[in-house]
Design a protein around this ligand. Structure first.
Ligand SMILES: [Zn+2]
Length: 334
């Protein structure tokens, strides 16, 4: 498969019944549109509340069957996993990302054992696993060293897919990582099965605070402004979306969503034939909860209005911490 033409690989985008649903571009809100982000730590029995994200927890693998079982019964179609290693020491290259005993690989296997039909995506990045908290491997001077970063990310993605993940989702924003991961999956014989969902337009946003607390991934120095996109950079976002589609992404993503609905609409127009994901990030979730608590609006109404705006702008798939709520709400129309 060494010389495979990456853009000719289509199977990975519809290998699973859930990913097939995302090809339909429905404008009505459905349960299959929701992907639930969950945090997995390396304490097997953990169920630790996250104070900045109401109702969300850090889960240990032993809790996953009991936690996910009721949601799967209600129609949960997909999850995306974020690993939070708490015990083992982190290093500069993020060795813990694909540690066979680590939280992500163990969670993939556990979920697939109990819920074989649940679509499992894995966030692919290094920041939760590196000692410096950056998303790639660094030069001596602390700047990103792109080539080894991309190589390492591709290795991690292949190991997640080998463990049974249906989808790998690079969120690192390194240059050229989509093509490298797609190629590595093809070389490993996984090119027809593992979806590549690219965080294509990921902005350096003020809305990631609660998430960084949840996964303990704040950079120990500097910031991510040299690889995440500047909030004003519409042109750069459009280029990144087209680049990732050209590099073989099966799904492209815009993140965050609410302040970037114009980018979602741009993406819909630039790559009209790709499923389009958007990530309603931790700060958006916390903001909607905070406003409801302050009596500004009713929680359900605002949560619905927020995701309706995403679908209206062109999203086919929404990563949201409101997923468990929507599994109930979509069964009881207001
Ligand atoms: Zn990262």
């Amino acid at each position: 498969m060494g010389d495979v033409n990456i853009s000719s690989l289509l199977h990975a985008g519809y290998a699973h019944p859930t990913s097939r649903a995302w090809q339909s571009q429905s404008r009505n809100l459905t349960k299959s549109m929701f992907m639930y982000p969950i945090f997995i730590c390396d304490e097997p029995d953990a169920a630790k509340e996250l104070s900045s994200m109401p109702g969300q927890k850090r889960w240990g693998v032993n809790q996953l069957e009991g936690f996910l079982g009721p949601l799967v019964k209600k129609g949960l179609g997909s999850v995306i996993l974020f690993g939070v290693p708490e015990k083992k020491p982190k290093d500069p290259v993020g060795t813990l990302a694909d540690d066979p005993e680590g939280p992500v690989i163990q969670a993939i296997k556990t979920i697939k054992k109990h819920f074989p039909e649940l679509y499992v995506a894995c966030d692919v990045c290094l920041c939760e696993y590196t000692s410096h908290g950056h998303c790639g491997i660094l030069h001596q001077d602390g700047t990103i060293n792109n080539t080894p970063s991309v190589h390492r990310l591709a290795q991690v993605a292949v190991n997640y897919a080998r463990a049974g993940a249906d989808c790998v989702a690079p969120s690192d924003m390194m240059d050229g990582r989509v093509r490298a991961i797609k190629q590595a999956l093809a070389d490993a014989g996984l090119g027809g099965r593992a979806t590549l969902m690219a965080y294509s337009a990921k902005f350096a946003s003020g809305l990631y605070g609660p998430f960084r607390d949840a996964v303990d991934s704040a950079p120990s120095f500097g910031d991510r402004k040299c690889y995440q996109l500047p909030p004003t950079a519409r042109g750069l976002a459009r280029r990144a979306i087209q680049r990732d589609a050209n590099e073989g992404a099966d799904i492209v993503m815009v993140k965050p969503t609410l302040p970037y609905l114009d980018i979602v609409a741009d993406a819909r127009q630039l790559v009209p034939d790709h499923p389009l994901a958007c990530y309603q990030v931790s700060g958006e979730f916390a903001m909607i909860h905070a406003g409801a608590r302050a009596g500004v609006y009713e929680l359900r109404r605002m949560a619905e209005e927020s995701v309706q705006s995403m679908v209206r702008a062109g999203a086919t798939l929404i990563l949201s911490y409101f997923t468990p709520d929507f599994l109930d709400w979509l069964d009881e129309p207001q």
